[in-house]
Ligand binder design. Sequence first.
Ligand SMILES: Nc1nc2c(ncn2[C@@H]2O[C@H](COP(=O)(O)OP(=O)(O)O)[C@@H](O)[C@H]2O)c(=O)[nH]1
Ligand SMILES: Nc1ncnc2c1ncn2[C@@H]1O[C@H](COP(=O)(O)OP(=O)(O)O)[C@@H](O)[C@H]1O
Length: 183
Amino acid sequence: MQTGKLIVLTGPSGVGKGTLVRLLLARHPELYLSISATTRSPRPGEIDEKDYYFVSKEQFEQMIREKKLLEWAEYAGNYYGTPRQKVEEQLASGHSVVLEIEVVGARKIKETFPQALRIFILPPSVSELERRLKRRGKDSEDAIACRLEQAKEELAASHEFDRQIVNDDLETALAEIEAAIFT
Ligand SMILES: Nc1nc2c(ncn2[C@@H]2O[C@H](COP(=O)(O)OP(=O)(O)O)[C@@H](O)[C@H]2O)c(=O)[nH]1
Ligand SMILES: Nc1ncnc2c1ncn2[C@@H]1O[C@H](COP(=O)(O)OP(=O)(O)O)[C@@H](O)[C@H]1O
């Protein structure tokens, strides 16, 4: 059997990765979305084992030591990582897998999975990114400032990835992602 494709969506916080991934999965339920582990506290409404595996720093460090993560990174003071086993199982059984991860982790994926399709999502502008982070209303002012600072570095790395897609009009961006994945 042919193995599935590994599809990585990356880009700065607030650019719309989560929104695009939800729409993509709704249209293509055959895609498998990897659930990450994180040491970040759950936001109101987030559910353990659905949005993330919410774990302690000790548990996360144990996962690193036991090589249970395909990649991991520290972002805005917390750890985030992709549990290895389910991703490898899904790929081996022919299913395509989507990772929604930040830039450092997406860079590491190239080393382990050189054949992965890595898509960088860009905002129409930094000021629009700031507006989206504020409008989302899920992070404190400090957390937003930290994410924006980080975003400037991340945007400078966009050319390292296979595709660059601007999330201005949502439907247009989604169609471009679909075209990149399915053609
Ligand atoms: N490297 C890596 N980054 C991840 C993983 N899971 C989530 N992230 C990224 O970590 C960053 C922060 O995530 P989060 O706190 O949920 O904020 P949000 O994406 O802005 O809603 C985002 O850029 C996520 O895409 C992971 O497993 N590995
Ligand atoms: N194309 C778009 N135009 C306007 N707002 C958008 C667009 N895509 C996403 N958003 C909004 O921007 C905010 C951040 O999106 P989100 O998917 O949470 O980003 P990320 O997962 O990259 O952090 C949300 O409030 C979302 O509704």
